[in-house]
Write a protein that binds this ligand. Structure first.
Ligand code: AMP
Length: 362
């Protein structure tokens, strides 16, 4: 029966950002009968599957006008200034994003929640930096408090004499100085929290970085004790933040303990494997959470994801591997840029090794 005049009841979700995370969120929205509209720039890759409106994400008025036409908004990046996010019907909330976008607030928040971190001090001047080096020792890492990602805005210090050059190289921006952790592994935990407070966790993932960029994620990082510890930490963080949506927390594993490094208030690169590896992907669960739905099962099978950095391998080459799932974000090739990823069932060991070499992930 055709219902004349029935209002379209599909929820409309606005995503601030239109890169690959927005692209994969938009792809996942199809299963949920949601409408996704992105705020970004013409030519951004989410435009392949969703409407992208030209919005300057630094312009609070433009963002507010975009959000007006949406039932709710979410972000694909933590780097949108917290001032721009005020007053929006936003999931996760602006307070949580504000903490995640500032390393000093973030590290203090972890500590306040009883979650251990690397030793750190605030650095606002060269004098602070010298003092910090004395306190923390060497080697240490100087990180800008804002806008650092994929190893950008970071300098390692081996000698005190390097302090002035390091301070200049971060543009004398507010920083933190962190002790270097001799970790056994880097892992991340991804969780989804619904509006009702219902929370689900994915298995811990082991992550391998090179030149500060994530290259490989391998799930699960099988360690019952650490899985439980990470979930306990995550539960506290989510509650304290009054969080709704996907939250990813990256930890160092050192001497059998977890040290939190950073959190991402959004879907995360180390969760891309869930598209093929889990009953419900991180993208679908984020949309479920923020749109007020129940969460989907995170039951998962062992899966490995390899990032394609700089350029995608030719299709003819990936097609020769039937167990490989190819995700091409449709982005222009550029050195250091994440342009796609490949996913394999973990049992495809030979293919994974082959592609690790081809993509130079180690
Ligand atoms: P971040 O931007 O903080 O995620 O740092 C990027 C990468 O640098 C991490 O994934 C680690 O591989 C490395 N790293 C960052 N901080 C530390 C630290 N305190 N000790 C050892 N390695 C670190």
């Amino acid at each position: 029966m055709i219902q004349v005049g029935k209002k379209n009841s599909r929820q409309r979700i606005g995503i601030l950002g239109a890169g690959q995370l927005a692209l994969m969120l938009a792809q996942a929205s199809a299963a949920l009968d949601l409408e996704v509209v992105c705020a970004g720039r013409p030519g951004d890759c989410a435009g392949q599957v969703a409407e992208v409106r030209n919005v300057d994400l630094n312009d609070a008025e433009a963002v507010a006008a975009f959000a007006q036409g949406m039932d709710l908004v979410t972000v694909e990046s933590e780097n949108i200034h917290a001032d721009v996010l005020q007053g929006l019907n936003l999931y996760p909330n602006a307070g949580a994003i504000g903490i995640a976008q500032e390393r000093l607030l973030e590290k203090r928040f972890f500590r306040d929640c009883g979650v251990a971190t690397a030793p750190f001090v605030a650095v606002d001047s060269l004098i602070d930096l010298h003092q910090g080096i004395r306190e923390i020792g060497r080697p240490a890492i100087l990180k800008t408090r804002r806008l650092g990602y994929d190893g950008k805005g970071q300098v390692r210090l081996h000698q005190s004499e390097e302090a002035a050059a390091a301070w200049a190289s971060v543009g004398e921006a507010p920083c933190i100085l962190e002790g270097v952790i001799g970790f056994d592994a880097e892992v991340s935990l991804i969780a989804a929290r619904a509006r009702s407070g219902e929370t689900v966790f994915y298995p811990l993932v082991e992550n391998y970085h090179r030149e500060g960029i994530l290259r490989v994620s391998s799930a699960p990082f099988l360690h019952e004790d650490l899985q439980q510890k990470a979930e306990r930490h995550m539960t506290i963080l989510l509650k304290r933040l009054n969080y709704v949506g996907i939250l990813a927390v990256e930890f160092f594993v050192a001497n059998g303990n977890l040290l939190a490094n950073e959190m991402a208030p959004r879907v995360h690169n180390s969760g891309h494997w869930t598209i093929e590896g889990s009953a419900t992907s991180q993208f679908e669960n984020h949309l479920r959470a923020i749109s007020g739905r129940e969460l989907g099962s995170t039951e998962s099978r062992p899966t490995v994801m390899l990032n394609c950095i700089g350029s995608m391998p030719p299709e003819a080459e990936t097609a020769a591997f039937p167990g490989l799932f190819r995700h091409d974000y449709g982005k222009e090739a550029r050195p250091g840029r994440k342009v796609g990823h490949l996913t394999f069932a973990a049992a495809e060991q030979a293919a994974i090794m082959e592609w690790e070499q081809r993509l130079q992930t180690r």
